[in-house]
Design a protein. Structure first.
Length: 256
């Protein structure tokens, strides 16, 4: 049986409701979302202070990122291929233009440009061909001085993800296990002329099948983020990218 493309996997009726329920009830996912919100707002303060922001939230799903940002930006656009996900986004969002389309095959945004493009929980899950076609489409929509922000919620730097990956290889070596290294994140954006200028770590303590309270995870993240040498071990790093200005230098860094 041929494997279904990631962009087709979210199109069935009811996916939006399943997605919302999962991220409302799973303790780890609720914790990560709290950290991601903090990081995104910190990025706005650092890179967009005093600027008008024109946001494109790619693979916007049920509208979590756009919902966080739509009252903080000049214009907000959410794009996704899943009608069931976007149905929920339409109920949530008040100032966001919502578009159901596949920009890897449709030129729906034509000559529009955005100075902030976000893509959360997409590139890790997408197969290599889809990753490549999506990033090529997105870079064409990015302003010359804009920033592209994306996350990797199964980073191979995390000891817990390494443990799960090793277990997967032992039990199901022919199956698929989605994980991405920091180096793969860099390669992804560098292939289209971008560079990672900063990486924000999130999620350090996620032992498989062991429930950990929200507040314990907050305490662990606060401690780990204060120790720079631990940043590479986070499970869900968020990367800030821009067009590459100096091909000869490595400007990537990790921050709290």
């Amino acid at each position: 049986m041929a494997k279904i493309s990631y962009k087709e996997s979210h199109k069935y009726e009811g996916k939006g409701d399943e997605y919302e329920a999962y991220y409302r009830t799973e303790v780890w996912e609720k914790f990560l979302w709290s950290r991601e919100q903090e990081i995104i707002l910190r990025i706005l303060d650092k890179y967009f202070a005093g600027k008008e922001i024109h946001l494109l939230d790619f693979a916007c799903g049920t509208g979590r990122i756009a919902g966080l940002l739509e009252n903080r930006v000049k214009t907000s656009t959410g794009l996704d291929v899943s009608g069931s996900m976007l149905a929920i986004a339409r109920d949530k969002l008040k100032r966001t233009e919502i578009i159901e389309a596949d920009i890897t095959t449709e030129n729906v945004l034509k000559r529009r440009k955005f100075n902030l493009i976000t893509a959360f929980r997409f590139f890790l899950n997408a197969e290599p061909e889809l990753r490549s076609s999506a990033i090529r489409a997105l870079v064409k929509l990015l302003d010359e001085d804009g920033y592209f922000v994306f996350n990797n919620h199964h980073s191979l730097g995390s000891p817990w993800i390494k443990l799960l990956y090793a277990r997967h290889l032992r039990k199901n070596p022919e199956g698929t296990f989605n994980a991405m290294s920091i180096e793969q994140m860099k390669d992804l954006v560098e292939d289209v002329g971008l560079e990672i200028v900063e990486i924000y770590p999130a999620g350090f303590f996620h032992p498989p099948k062991v429930p950990v309270s929200y507040w314990l995870n907050r305490a662990i993240d606060n401690l780990a983020c204060g120790l720079m040498f631990l940043n590479r071990f986070s499970e869900s790093p968020v990367a800030v990218c821009r067009r590459r200005k100096n091909h000869g230098s490595d400007t990537s860094a990790s921050r709290k």
